[in-house]
Write a protein that binds this ligand. Structure first.
Ligand code: HEM
Ligand code: NAG
Ligand code: NAG
Length: 325
């Protein structure tokens, strides 16, 4: 009897060790993660995104960018959403984010609507992933099957967000390829993902040096962008210009057509075309919107898979701006 007890205890221990391993180290994101616990989540997110984009087209771009900046800093864990407090420094004021990332009120609205239908079930990191999809679709881009099951971090990293994990607009092609490789994405994934710059806006400070000082730029385009971006540091630094000069509110392949005309707005944009290893893919996407759509969709699913917290790790935040107490 005693030995039977010992044996069954040993089995229980083994089973539990296996189940914990399944929960923590090897749990995978899945398409159906909330199909029982919150089947409405996709529609609830979609309707808030739809309304926000109807009010302001650019919001679709801003929301998509949040998912990118979340995933590139210690994985897709909702860390970018945490507010600074007196005792906590989050990622919102890190260089790539400060005075630049936006859309947090929309995420709050989504989270509160989701909490109303399925309290305590859906993570903020997953909300960002679904929001990215709904934003792209709302602006005429491709759809994809979002993988879900991420949990939210209990921390954020100002230093990681500031330390080059998110590439700056001054990046060379090699820098771009390396920062994407660092999170398991290929150069081809990078070329497809940066096609997100077919929507949204950048501040003068992000493109000033390019439009005044670079030679691989269409001169008329440079003059156009200089007109609302004074060369001296100061009042004009936050003036905005569309990343895609042709169709800034449509998720299409015009970004790549612009690059071929030397009308990339950021230094980093133009690095992707004009004599480097990624030129042929840019040409392909500029000619073939379907191939861009397909590659963007598969690359963003890969991006969403960067180091998620799953199983027993992390938490489901009640409020995306603060860690649960
Ligand atoms: C390849 C490296 C990338 C660099 C160097 C880069 C850099 C930038 C910069 C500097 C801005 C303008 C920020 C400002 O002036 O306030 C911007 C905007 C934007 N980025 Fe990127 N980005 C990159 C990749 C991506 C990726 C992978 C995505 C999404 C999949 C993305 C989505 C966006 C969007 C949608 C905007 C416009 C946001 C808005 O209007 O609010 N970017 N990016
Ligand atoms: C963020 O931007 C504000 C407003 O321009 C500035 O005062 C602040 O110093 C910046 N924060 C960091 C950490 O650079
Ligand atoms: C352009 O380059 C010159 C010489 O390096 C520099 O002094 C100037 O500040 C640059 N202008 C801009 C807008 O970056």
């Amino acid at each position: 009897m005693a030995s039977y007890m010992t044996l069954s205890f040993a089995f229980a221990l083994l089973a539990c060790t296996l189940c914990l391993m399944g929960d923590t180290s090897s749990a995978q994101l899945t398409h159906h993660f909330y199909s029982k616990s919150c089947p409405q989540v996709s529609d609830v997110v979609g309707s808030v995104v739809w309304a926000a984009v109807a009010r302001e087209k650019r919001m679709g771009a801003s929301l998509l960018r949040l998912h990118f900046h979340d995933c590139f800093v210690n994985g897709c864990d909702g860390s970018i959403l945490l507010d600074d407090t007196l005792t906590f420094r989050g990622e919102k004021t890190a260089g790539p984010n400060n005075n630049s990332v936006r859309g947090f009120e929309v995420i709050d609205m989504i989270k509160s609507n989701v909490e109303r239908v399925c309290p305590g079930v859906v993570s903020c990191a997953d909300i960002l992933a679904i929001t990215a999809l709904k934003s792209v679709v709302a602006l005429g881009g491709p759809t994809w099957k979002v993988k879900l099951g991420r949990r939210d971090s209990k921390t954020a990293s100002f230093s990681a967000a500031n330390g080059g994990a998110i590439p700056p607009p001054t990046s060379s092609l090699d820098n771009l390829i390396n920062t994407f490789r660092a999170v398991g994405l290929s150069a081809n994934d990078m070329v497809a993902l940066v096609g997100a710059h077919t929507i949204g806006k950048a501040r003068c400070t992000s493109f000033k040096a390019r439009v005044y000082n670079e030679s691989n730029i269409d001169p008329l385009f440079a003059i156009l962008r200089q007109s609302n971006c004074p060369p001296s540091t100061g009042s004009g630094d936050n003036n905005l210009a569309p990343l895609d000069v042709i169709t800034p509110d449509r998720f299409d392949n015009h970004y790549y057509k612009n690059l071929i005309r030397k009308q990339g707005l950021l230094h980093s944009d133009q690095q992707v075309y004009g004599g480097g290893s990624t030129d042929s893919l840019v040409e392909q996407y500029s000619r073939n919107p379907l191939s861009f759509n397909m590659d963007f969709a598969s690359a963003i699913v890969k991006m969403g898979d960067i180091r998620p917290l799953t199983g027993a790790n992390g938490e489901i935040r009640r409020n995306c701006r603060v860690v649960n107490s």
